[in-house]
Design a protein around this ligand. Structure first.
Ligand code: ZN
Length: 201
């Protein structure tokens, strides 16, 4: 549980710091509102991806599993500003697989913390390796960072891509190529996050 009193106090100070009147009508409930919201967007602090990824079941054949376009919202730990986008995950099983929605749940666990995208990508691939013990795993994330597009260099539409691979995806480029082909071929590609210009329009 987040410490609501602390967050409320901090928000009040922050507002005062920028010269606001914390008692004006529009701001009166803001500290409380933010502390409740933080409980939600940082809920991953208390969760373990293993809770989701340990619910595995056996498979007879080891074919590649890809879950793509997992939408996520996270908070950049350097600026406490949102970054959001999509994650694509693949693994080559070694006798066991996990429910598909569990991979999305694992992404949520890591997204709902103060984060940096590079670290989150590695955490997800390592969680898949640890709990599924597959022959290999790969994670690609693409995101827009508001700390980059709303301030600073102000480059709207710029996206950050990160990649982390383990096992066969790291050792054999053919597996990586297959992964990229599978995440690219998608007729529905442009339907989510419509605020973005699609990559391959
Ligand atoms: Zn940032």
């Amino acid at each position: 549980m987040v410490d609501q009193t602390k967050i409320e106090e901090a928000v009040r100070m922050l507002l005062e710091g920028i010269g606001e009147d914390v008692n004006r009508e529009g701001l009166q409930e803001t500290p409380e509102r933010i502390s409740r919201m933080y409980g939600e967007i940082f809920a991953g602090m208390e969760e373990d991806a293993g809770e989701h990824l340990t619910k595995t079941f056996a498979v007879a054949s080891n074919e590649i599993v890809v879950v793509k376009n997992i939408t996520f919202y996270s908070i950049c730990e350097h600026h406490l500003m949102p970054f959001y986008g999509r994650a694509h995950i693949a693994y080559l099983p070694d006798g066991k697989v996990v429910g598909l929605s569990k991979l999305a749940r694992a992404v949520e666990v890591y997204a709902r913390r103060p984060q940096i995208q590079e670290q989150m990508t590695v955490q997800i691939v390592e969680a898949v390796m640890e709990h599924l013990k597959p022959q290999g795993a790969i994670v690609m994330m693409e995101a827009e960072h508001l700390c980059m597009t709303m301030r600073g260099v102000e480059k709207p539409g710029s996206r950050t891509m990160t990649l982390a691979s383990r096992g066969c995806f790291q050792e054999d480029p053919r597996w990586q190529e297959l992964f990229f082909r599978l995440i690219k071929e998608d007729k529905m590609y442009n339907q989510d996050l419509a605020m973005w210009d699609p990559v391959d329009k």
